[in-house]
Design a protein around this ligand. Structure first.
Ligand code: C2E
Ligand code: CA
Ligand code: CA
Length: 743
């Protein structure tokens, strides 16, 4: 019955379940057996993985299955493992109830078998290097170890093949026999041998293909059919419930070494694949990460660069003037102070702060408009940028600052002037400067800037191109005294002097310049170069102008009445032209002394003329209607072109003494003087040269066609009485130049 019902190792669960139901129904109907309280199971002590003893405990797949089957059947399994022949005997004698073993027809006669639940096979084993065999037939006559009472043992008894059998009590001993050379080969259950070889690290070779694959089942003592029936039912239920499968899966690696090997290989492959995938993923992750990092880094770097550029731009906008590209004041001061801090001791190189001012800028704006003025500023800035080892700043309204090594400023000015003539030939822009030195004049940028500014203001006041700072330039007690004296209006000690002007065409003295002198009772003699700029800048010059106009007209009328006609020339400040009613003052003075228009003429600087062209033009027109004409003083030091000046009602050009003074030694100045005379003549203007100090210059001026001359060679400025005597003494005779030259 069991033979027919042998089941495959892994039974389809549904079919088994329906079979179980049928069996249960049959059992219940028949009441075939009673559930045993405990079942004694036996087995080989050394037959892993199916069964073995470890620490006196039974282990293995058979053991666990027996326990599960007993539990499912409502009973309890008890295991007794030992040498195989003993176990077989104990089962036959009824000391054991059940022993799992290979099914065979011979055994089926001695025991009752359940369905097979497992199909192990056998193999031939030998030491490495043994003569190769491939089938059981090859073992004929060989020394072959087999386990006593094993399936193999039975088979050899039944077969024609007759090896010399070495019988051992269990599988382990069979292996030992083989290892010690007591047998050449062994025929054993592959599963158990492979397991033991692995465990003990023994080297045996498996020869040929596995064979004798047999069903493995529970064998029950022949006298216990009810137990066998119960066992079969419990086994079926264990299989049907899936519990067997679970157990099998737990033991699969050991029960199916080939599969286990495959599993191992698969596992290796899978591991390898996983490693590859991990490597690939890792690689691609690494590359993508690297790419991301690179991209992100680039993005960040770009963002950073952009930010830096924006910051730089902001810094540039904050620190540099947009029109000129030069530093702004604050940045300039910071940079200069930084330099001073880091070069304090010892000072190896003296430094200089030079402040430059385009003096005519306001005039250029009024005359030509802002854009032309901006062009001048930009051109000047461009020349400053080209200076080596210096930092230039634009402070606004035509004022610049340069931080440089202490240098020859005159040479620098000549270079800048030449560059400006080239960049804007039509506009002879003038600039003045003032310098302060580090560390001589101060140790901070702020202080040096103030001093350079003072020096620059002094240059303007003294009509000089450039001056270096001196402590004496500071607004002094004297300056304050002067201003307060004029503010009070009680000015004592003012008197005029007169300096004759020689008519080079006739040799007569027909005009003179009135110059102010101040001998103050307390302060002493104060030169006009000291107090005139102070009064012009503080709007107090009006008093002096009025007084000089008065004296000029008075003396001129006096001389005319003595038949010594002399036009007296009065210096007029820009303030007088613009802020006072000059025409009224003059006409009232003429009326007061019964003067005529030719008794007086006016000397105005180019800068005054252009400071408020409309107003000046109107005042000069009023005066020319009165018959009073004007002369342009200090001609050649400003920017004005002659054609520009002809827009104003002027009659005379007074060539500045800086050109006249050294026109003999300086061909450039001589040519300026000569061309001025020629152009003036073309335009119907008379010319007068000031600062004529020697005969040779006087001669040359006459030769060049200059109309008038003024200077020490003719006469120094003289007080009224002396001047009147001078006029009287020389009027009687007809003077010509040679007479002056003889003196
Ligand atoms: P300025 O109008 O150019 O006057 C001529 C100056 O040159 C005078 O100096 C005169 O003494 C000087 N001078 C005359 N001949 C020679 C010469 O051959 N060589 C040299 N080196 N100098 C010569 P001063 O009198 O000291 O006047 C200086 C400046 O003061 C004048 O220059 C003028 O700008 C101003 N000033 C003088 N008096 C008055 C005035 O009454 N009103 C105004 N607003 N300014 C005046
Ligand atoms: Ca003058
Ligand atoms: Ca002059």
């Amino acid at each position: 019955m069991h033979k027919k019902m042998l089941l495959r190792q892994r039974l389809p669960a549904r079919r088994v379940r329906s079979l179980l139901v049928l069996l249960c129904v049959f059992s219940v109907c028949c009441g075939a057996y009673e559930t045993p309280q405990r079942v004694l199971f036996g087995g080989d002590a050394e037959f892993p993985p199916l069964e073995w003893t470890e620490n006196k405990q039974a282990k293995g797949f058979n053991v666990e299955l027996a326990r599960e089957v007993a539990r499912v059947g409502g009973s309890k399994a008890e295991h007794h493992l030992g040498n195989w022949p003993d176990v077989m005997r104990a089962l036959e004698e009824g000391h054991l109830d059940v022993v799992p073993m290979y099914y065979s027809a011979e055994r089926a006669r001695r025991f009752i078998f359940t369905h097979a639940y497992y199909y192990p096979s056998h193999s031939i084993y030998a030491l490495p290097g043994a003569v190769r065999v491939s089938t059981v037939e090859d073992l004929n006559g060989r020394k072959v170890a087999v386990e006593q009472e094993s399936f193999a043992h039975q088979q050899f008894r039944a077969l024609r093949v007759k090896p010399e059998l070495v019988i051992t009590p269990n599988t382990l001993t069979a292996i030992e026999v083989l290892l010690t050379g007591k047998a050449e080969y062994a025929v054993l259950t592959s599963l158990a041998v492979d397991n033991l070889l692995d465990k003990n690290n023994w080297k045996l070779e498996r020869m040929g293909a596995p064979f004798w694959s047999r069903g493995y089942a529970f064998a029950v003592n022949k006298s216990k059919p009810e137990l066998a029936e119960w066992l079969q039912d419990a086994l079926s239920e264990t299989i049907a419930s899936g519990r067997y499968q679970q157990l099998y899966y737990q033991w699969e690696a050991e029960l199916e070494p080939a599969n286990a090997d495959k599993t191992l290989v698969n596992l290796l492959w899978i591991t390898l694949a996983i490693v590859m995938v991990i490597l690939l993923l890792g690689g691609s992750w690494y590359w993508s990460l690297k790419r991301t990092v690179t991209l992100r880094t680039r993005e960040l770097r770009d963002a950073l660069t952009q930010r830096e550029m924006a910051e730089q731009e902001l810094r540039h906008v904050a620190n540099f003037d947009s029109q000129t590209g030069l530093a702004k004041l604050q940045y300039f001061i910071e940079q200069v102070d930084d330099y001073f801090h880091s070069h304090q001791q010892p000072v190896k190189q003296e430094k200089e702060i030079l402040i430059l001012k385009l003096v005519d800028l306001d005039v250029i704006v009024r005359t030509f408009g802002f854009s032309r003025a901006e062009m001048v500023v930009s051109a000047f800035a461009a020349h400053l940028v080209k200076l080596n080892d210096s930092l230039a700043a634009y402070l606004g309204r035509g004022v610049f600052a340069i931080f440089t090594n202490k240098c020859n400023v005159q040479a620098l000015f000549d270079r800048l002037s030449a560059a400006m003539v080239i960049s804007d030939p039509g506009l002879n822009s003038q600039f003045v400067g003032g310098s302060a030195y580090w560390p001589e004049h101060g140790r901070s940028a702020g202080k040096l800037m103030r001093h350079a500014e003072t020096a620059m203001a002094m240059s303007v006041a003294r009509r000089r191109r450039w001056m270096a700072y001196e402590a004496a330039m500071e607004p002094s007690r004297l300056d304050l005294d002067i201003i307060s004296i004029f503010i009070d209006g009680n000015v004592q000690g003012i008197y005029p002097v007169f300096q004759p002007q020689l008519d080079l065409r006739t040799g007569k003295i027909t005009s003179a310049e009135i110059l102010v002198r101040w001998q103050h009772p307390r302060l002493g003699f104060i030169p006009p170069n000291v107090f005139i700029p102070l009064l012009e800048n503080s709007g107090l010059i009006e008093q002096i102008t009025a007084q000089m106009i008065d004296e000029a007209v008075r003396v001129a009328v006096l001389l005319r009445k003595r038949s010594l006609p002399c036009t007296v020339s009065v210096n007029i400040a820009a303030y007088d032209l613009i802020e006072t009613n000059l025409a009224d003052v003059i006409s009232q003075t003429l009326v007061r002394y019964q003067g005529v228009a030719s008794d007086i003429k006016l000397e105005l600087t180019e800068t005054s003329v252009a400071s408020d062209p409309q107003r000046v033009k109107q005042v000069l027109l009023e005066l020319s209607e009165l018959g009073v004409y004007a002369s342009v003083d200090d001609f050649g030091t400003g920017y004005s072109s002659l054609s520009y000046l002809t827009m104003f009602p002027i009659r005379e050009l007074k060539i500045d003494r800086t050109f006249v003074g050294d026109m003999i030694g300086n061909p450039r100045n001589h040519s300026i003087v000569r061309s001025t005379i020629l152009m003036a003549r073309e335009l119907g203007l008379t010319t007068i040269a000031e600062g004529v100090e020697d005969d040779q210059t006087l001669q040359l001026l006459k030769k060049d066609g200059c109309d008038l001359a003024q200077g020490y060679v003719i006469a120094r400025p003289m007080a009224e009485a002396e001047f009147i005597e001078f006029m009287r003494a020389h009027a009687a005779e007809l003077f010509d130049i040679s007479q002056f030259m003889k003196r």
